[in-house]
Design a protein around this ligand. Structure first.
Ligand code: TXA
Ligand code: MG
Length: 300
């Protein structure tokens, strides 16, 4: 059910979980102060309690006083926007943090959700998909996972279509905890280094350990094209022998590909496709590297 801003405020304040738009993907939101509604998010999503949530907020005041080096510059430059920061010593409840000593924060760049945060205060929100399913980037995706009656603050299709980039501070450096809409090179002017993926035995972003983004269709990366396949490919290329091609967009426009990625994975299910082949021939750089890693996880 599509609802407007006023109705969204009313429902959140009365303890309901609703779906909210952001510039990256849709989120399933509850106020940071409402433990019962936050528990309901985990139940609705079938999300493991060990996977912590991001707090969406207009500011960090009242949430933490501990700022690792460059935190303020990162915030000044990238908020509102698709950057999530994992920070130590916060007031975030342990349920949201999955008992970790740190908590994740971001300020989303969507006018409706910014207005919501102003009225309701900080909101906890994971992506608005069932755990393991392709991320929801359109209101219809939220309906597909949670039913037509589920309340959705309708902000149209998400502009970016890939989740936020997550940075965390560890041993005197910012590290990449999850690749996302911002390629790591954009942080170099502030940090004077490019944050590297965190590769400890125990990954610091628990979400990375769980299955992700998978449609019901089996997905295969090349190298050779099987007979009469369904193909996920790039606009402008010809796929000889393909029965059906799902075009992600042109390789000259990685942002367009990101915008269409999860919608395309969900279309496979809408059309009951049993098996699709992904064109593997593209440069694994910048945003396309993130798109590649999402497709690899989806194909797992
Ligand atoms: O773009 C986004 O970030 C979207 C929109 C709705 O804001 N949200 C999103 O949430 O992608 P979710 O729950 O699907 O992914 C959150 C990720 C998970 O991988 C989780 O493990 C990580 O954030 N995370 C949360 N708190 C953390 C913490 N304290 N330390 C490390 N990773 C954390
Ligand atoms: Mg997610």
């Amino acid at each position: 059910m599509r609802i407007d801003l006023k109705e969204a405020i009313r429902r959140l304040q009365s303890g309901e979980v609703i779906a909210i738009p952001t510039e990256t993907v849709y989120g399933l939101a509850a106020p940071l102060t409402n433990v019962d509604a936050i528990k309901e998010i985990f139940t609705l999503k079938k999300r493991p309690l060990k996977n912590p949530l991001i707090t969406h907020t207009l500011s960090l005041s009242g949430l933490t006083n501990t700022f690792p080096m460059h935190t303020e510059e990162l915030i000044d430059t990238f908020w509102p926007g698709p950057l999530t920061l994992v920070l130590p010593q916060t007031n975030v409840p342990s349920l949201v943090r999955a008992d970790l000593p740190t908590a994740a924060f971001r300020m989303p760049d969507h006018p409706l959700t910014l207005a919501l945060l102003k009225e309701v205060g900080p909101l906890v929100a994971p992506s608005a998909n069932l755990s393991g399913r392709p991320t929801a980037t359109r209101p219809g995706h939220v309906e597909a996972d949670f039913g037509k009656q589920f309340p959705i603050l309708d902000g149209g299709p998400c502009k970016l279509g890939l989740e936020s980039t997550i940075l965390g501070y560890h041993k005197d450096k910012w590290h990449l905890y999850r690749s996302g809409s911002l390629p790591p090179a954009v942080f170099a002017p502030i940090l004077s280094y490019i944050p590297e993926p965190f590769t400890a035995e125990k990954p610091l972003s628990p979400g990375q350990c769980f299955p992700h983004y998978a449609p019901k269709a089996k997905l295969t990366f090349g190298p050779s094209i099987p007979d009469s396949p369904t193909i996920i490919g790039f606009t402008g290329r010809t796929y000889k022998g393909a029965e059906k091609v799902f075009y992600l967009g042109p390789l000259s426009d990685p942002q367009e590909i990101a915008h269409n990625l999860f919608d395309t994975l969900r279309k496979l299910d809408d059309e009951n496709i049993p098996h699709a082949w992904i064109d593997p021939d593209f440069p694994k750089e910048g945003l396309l590297a993130t798109i590649f890693s999402r497709l690899q996880k989806a194909a797992h």
